[in-house]
Design a binder for this molecule. Structure first.
Ligand SMILES: [Zn+2]
Length: 1141
């Protein structure tokens, strides 16, 4: 899935930090004290909680087994110590204080002592855990006895049934535990199908023994988790509690399915009626029984059972049907046991009702330019909405084949993952399309579409192993002139990935489907990729290079998924980064190959690392690996897309790009049509990386994927060198809450560094605890830069001397530092100035060099930062001078750009647009004049420049008033190009007129602006300081209506977030919280709202820390410029400089 459009790009070429295969040269490593130590103390705390809630849980009569699936704890591993060879000989390192280790003293004794302490702590914990485990166990058996004695008077056959149910529970408990173990990296041994029954039994016994051995170790953790779960349920009254009340007969208490049965094949016949939304369907599932059971459970949601039939070898089996809607499960309880190896057939006839809720099989409505509405049906199943279309084993590791048939009207088009096998006449003039049997795949990748008013354009690939047919489907009025770029990019992406992964694309076709109504950017359904129309359709004449790059990245992302995700799938959603992080990483590699002049890798730092470090620096952030099985949609966020991509990039650079590629090829081949966990991949990468023991890739990956946040390290110049120390978790927030959250987690950090005297390359040091001093050869004038290339996922705080040298270098010769590094200095200093760690004057001093900056990415970062600061000081008395400062740093670049000449490269074009946008925002006279002229030209002749058309339209609205606004709204109604529609929304929302603002908002409510564009409307409004209050007022008074239109998904939370994030006072925060509480809104978008509240608190913190400081800096700058101006005026009597201010 591709969730959100990336931020804007940069213009400079990417320079890889290391040469391939040489990454490890000269590397040294410190082995960590156990980086996961903090979890121990958390575990202790949880043990106390667990004791209390253990009693509660058994009182409630819950079966522990039902909850044991949820959590994966990393088990800390002690490490082997290595002394950095080049540092061994040195004896001149500073020992700063007790937290610092003298490098020359770093030896086995120091580290071993540390390791010993850790292992002692472990043993203590394990003892505690064991004790706890025994207590809970004894309580458990008491409860069981009580329960037995209670049932003494009951009939014998009921007792038998209870016993059987207990056995069933035990069995499914074992299944769950084995599931969990698999996720934890202890994969169950695969049983060779040729082995005799005896051998299989032996393997089973070994498995059981292993399980028993592990059981003691894990028992306490499981108990804790079970009891925590009960605690949460008690508090939230969530679905487990409801299930316990409503679905007592089901004897299954987990949202995960038992592993006693697995699907082999689905045969699905579906008849969606596009007129009334009714769906008649029939599915036959061929199921293999994996272990003895009397219970069969699968997923179904909002489906109505008509009839079912279960058979084994042609004989019908008797079973009771139980429906548990709250758990989205259907179950069958058999009178007789099913045995391992049994093949059964489950045939179900059912009905359902399509909605426009963007989930499962849903309606997508197209409003043609002629005003005619047509309804089509399409699917969105990731993560768990397949169960809304068919009863199925809706978990990624229940892979099976699918044979799909669709009954449709003769004038409609039906598509599915595979090619059409045949079309037959059905009754009542309907047609039945039968599709080929699919490859083995997960349910979330199944897709169907029944299209009305659609057409397609097809092409064939030439440079793939066998030709692949690529078809682009779009509403007929949108197809012409907008399909070529999408088709061409898809073909080239397929060719690229076949070559890169050295594995053929397994199907013979791929459809690209443009939808009006789509919740995400795109979805990688195997062979039938669905897109929001703006993410696929591109009109060369009307859309900008920004839209083109966005589309190319999304297409590459989805095509990468055909291997990463579809061919090899993560075992469970807790590691969805294996899909999304990789697709995000690979999309850059693919676009870099397909469009080398875009220099896309130069944007990787800003769009992934810097982009994700912002939310990841929040208290409310989470680890990449999540154990929350009940909020799977929340996993599709910046952490799993952008942070994961950045971590993968860091590891790929450490391994060397070629080695990394070989590892991916091995991984994909090894786990093809199967599932894998992160450790499986990291072990293979480690094997190919050949880092010769300097660092463990699995350990490093584990630290960054299982711990929340990221490290900050401090760099200081000392007498004889550079001191790197104080590794700590970076958080924007300060105070007790922050200290509590910070913990003492540590990350292994690959630190690459550069200094002035070593301009031609960077050296890398692996630093695990960073309580060490490092000495470089230095001369007094040297500047120093850490994390060159922005590859490492951490931030750096320098001492004032180093900042001084960097500022000097940037002002004198900024090109000595690479564009990515310049971006990184700006990003880190801006982020650090939000805390007490760095005075904002350092950031402002750094910014002064920007008047010479011509790099697109750096400018894009700076302009966003300045805009944010401006919104925070809106009511300050120095706002005008701050705007003058912005004008002064942009003026030189603005004057060098010509409105009539487009940049030669995409990055130059983008730079031009960004600078024009900032200049017009700052009301630089020439800019507003030029833009308005272009608006008038568009009105008179329809001529437009797609790159700065939005700026022209915005200026039209600002200067042309209601007449211009009406004209632009008229253009919206007839616009075909999705990116043109986006431009127009940007223009319409730039008005200050209250009546017009209310009109747009009304159009959102009455459907004239489609639901998935509403968050865009609000994000533009949020940037317009003149509209915020009016919009807030309207939004609040129509809150419920918006909620109905935007649904319970993330769209509504996105709108609230956009509007709330600029707030920066305690009163505003309280008012917002009270309002949302009164609307009972928080439940739906809880995580987004937590982050929004935190953002407002950080705005308040920013104002406390920086408002006065920035005022001082600005007034000094004002004095300086006035002096300069007076001098210049005096000397040259020139008016030239006036224009700059
Ligand atoms: Zn994706």
């Amino acid at each position: 899935m591709q969730a959100s459009p990336p931020p804007p790009p940069t213009s400079s070429a990417a320079k890889m930090l290391y040469e391939e295969g040489e990454t490890h040269d000269g590397l040294t490593i410190w082995t960590p004290s156990n980086p996961y130590r903090v979890r121990s103390s958390h575990r202790r705390a949880r043990i106390c909680v667990a004791i209390t809630f253990g009693i509660l849980m058994f009182g409630l009569g819950f079966s522990a087994g039902g909850f044991l699936h949820a959590i994966v704890f990393p088990d800390g591993s002690s490490s082997i110590i290595k002394i950095p060879s080049f540092l061994k000989s040195s004896d001149s390192f500073e020992v700063d204080n007790s937290t610092l280790i003298r490098l020359s003293d770093v030896g086995n004794s120091v580290e071993l002592e540390d390791t010993t302490i850790v292992s002692e702590e472990r043993e203590e914990e394990e003892d505690e855990d064991d004790d706890k485990g025994k207590k809970v166990n004894s309580k458990s058996s008491e409860d069981e006895e009580d329960s037995d004695s209670d049932s003494n008077g009951e009939k014998e056959n009921e007792e038998d049934e209870n016993e059987e149910e207990d056995e069933e529970k035990k069995k499914v408990k074992i299944e769950e535990e084995s599931n969990k173990k698999k996720r934890r990296g202890k994969k169950e041994p695969k049983v060779n199908s040729d082995k005799s029954e005896h051998e299989e039994n032996e393997v089973e016994e070994t498995e059981k023994e292993e399980e028993k051995e592990d059981e003691n170790e894990e028992e306490s953790e499981k108990k804790e988790k079970v009891e925590e779960k009960v605690e949460e349920e008690e508090e939230s009254g969530d679905k487990f509690v409801k299930a316990n009340k409503e679905c007592t007969n089901i004897t299954w208490y987990s949202s995960r399915l038992p592993r006693t049965a697995e699907p082999i094949e689905y045969e699905l016949t579906l008849h969606p009626n596009l007129t009334n939304g009714e769906v008649d369907a029939e599915v036959t599932i061929r199921i293999l029984i994996k272990s003895e059971t009397k219970l069969l459970i699968l997923n179904a949601e909002n489906l109505e059972m008509v009839s079912y039939e279960i058979s084994k070898k042609g004989s019908k089996l008797k079973a009771d049907f139980i429906k548990c809607e709250v758990m989205t499960q259907w179950a069958w309880k058999f009178g007789k046991r099913l045995h391992k190896g049994d093949h059964i057939k489950l045939k179900i006839k059912y009905t359902s009702q399509m909605k426009s809720d963007l989930q499962g099989l849903y309606f997508s409505t197209h409003l043609g330019t002629d005003g005619k509405k047509t309804k089509s049906a399409a699917t969105q199943f990731e993560p768990t909405f397949a169960r809304k279309m068919l009863p199925c084993f809706d978990e990624p590791n229940f892979k099976a084949t699918f044979q799909v048939s669709i009954i449709r009207n003769a004038n409609h088009i039906a598509r599915s993952n595979m090619n059409l096998l045949m079309s037959k006449e059905y009754k009542d003039g309907l047609i039945k399309d039968e599709f080929e049997k699919s490859v083995k795949m997960s349910t979330y990748l199944l897709a169907v579409a029944v299209l009305d008013g659609y057409g397609y354009i097809r092409r064939l690939t030439r440079n793939t192993t066998t030709p692949i047919e690529v078809r682009l489907y779009a509403p007929e009025d949108m197809l012409v002139g907008q399909a070529e770029f999408g088709l061409d990019t898809t073909i080239r992406a397929l060719e690229f990935f076949e070559h890169y992964f050295n594995i053929s694309y397994p199907l013979d076709k791929i459809d690209l489907l443009a939808l009006d109504d789509f919740s995400e950017g795109a979805m990688e359904n195997w062979g039938l990729v669905t897109f929001r129309d703006s993410a696929l359709l591109f009109n060369e004449r009307k859309a900008s290079v920004v839209a083109k790059e966005h589309i190319a990245l999304i297409i590459c992302h989805e095509i990468a998924h055909q291997w990463f995700g579809n061919l090899v799938t993560m075992d469970w959603w807790n590691e969805v980064f294996l899909n999304e992080g990789f697709a995000n990483y690979m999309e850059y590699k693919c676009v870099d190959e397909l469009f080398p002049d875009w220099s896309i890798m130069s944007r990787f730092y800003a769009e992934n690392l810097a982009f994700s470090q912002e939310p990841d620096g929040f208290l409310s952030s989470r680890a990449i690996e999540s154990d929350d099985d009940d909020s799977l949609l929340n996993l599709f966020d910046a952490i799993n897309y952008h942070k994961a991509a950045a971590i993968i990039h860091m590891i790929a650079e450490m391994a060397g790009q070629k080695n990394f590629q070989s590892a991916l090829i091995e991984y994909l081949n090894k786990y093809a049509y199967d599932n894998a966990i992160g450790v499986d991949l990291w072990k293979i990468v480690e094997k190919h990386a050949n880092l010769q023991g300097t660092v463990s890739i699995p350990d490093l990956a584990k630290a960054y994927t299982t711990q929340v946040g990221y490290p900050l390290i401090t760099v200081e110049r000392v007498d004889d060198g550079i001191l790197v120390h104080n590794q700590t978790r970076f958080l924007f927030a300060e105070g007790d809450k922050a200290e509590e959250k910070r913990g003492d987690w540590k990350w292994p950090i690959p630190i690459s560094y550069r200094q002035d005297s070593v301009r031609n390359g960077a050296e890398t040091v692996y630093c695990n605890i960073c309580s060490v001093s490092v000495t470089w050869e230095t001369t007094s004038n040297d500047w120093l830069l850490l994390n060159t290339g922005g590859v490492g996922y951490f931030k750096v705080l320098y001492d004032s001397e180093t900042y001084g040298k960097l500022i000097k270098e940037l002002k004198n010769n900024h090109s000595a530092i690479s564009p990515i590094d310049r971006s990184m200095i700006i990003v880190d200093s801006y982020d650090l100035s939000k805390t007490s760690l760095l005075n904002i004057s350092v950031y402002m001093d750094l910014l002064e060099y920007v008047e010479k900056e011509t790099d697109k990415m750096t400018w894009s970062i700076v302009s966003k930062q300045l805009r944010t600061i401006e919104s925070l000081i809106e009511d300050s008395d120095y706002l005008d001078i701050f705007q003058d400062f912005q004008r002064s740093i942009i003026m030189k670049l603005y004057e060098s750009l010509d409105w009539d000449e487009q940049g030669a490269t995409p990055n130059q074009k983008r730079l031009q647009v960004d600078i024009f946008a900032v200049a017009c925002r700052l009301r630089i006279k020439d800019c507003t004049k030029q833009a308005y002229q272009r608006y008038l030209k568009w009105v008179s002749s329809g001529v437009r420049n797609p790159e700065h058309h939005m700026i022209a339209l915005m200026e039209g609205v600002k200067q042309g008033g209601t007449t211009a606004w009406e004209r632009i709204w008229k253009a919206y109604k007839t616009a075909i190009s999705p990116s043109e529609k986006n431009n127009i929304i940007g223009a319409l929302t730039s008005t200050k007129d209250v009546t017009l603002i209310n009109r747009i908002l009304k159009y959102c409510l009455d459907g004239k602006i489609k639901a998935n564009l509403i968050p865009r409307v609000f994000s533009y409004f949020a940037l317009n300081q003149h509209t915020r209050n009016t919009v807030w007022k309207y939004f609040k008074s129509h809150f419920n209506e918006f909620h109905v239109i935007l649904g319970k998904g993330s769209l509504m939370a996105s709108c609230v977030k956009c509007l709330a994030e600029p707030l920066s006072t305690e009163n505003e925060l309280e008012e917002l919280q009270e309002f949302l509480k009164s609307q009972k809104f928080e439940e739906d978008g809880q995580i987004k709202m937590e982050m929004t509240y935190e953002q407002i608190e950080l705005n308040i913190q920013w104002r406390k820390l920086n408002e006065a400081q920035l005022g001082k800096w600005i007034s000094k700058w004002d004095e300086r410029r006035r002096t300069l101006y007076r001098r210049k005026r005096h000397r040259h009597n020139s008016r030239h400089i006036v224009s700059a201010f």
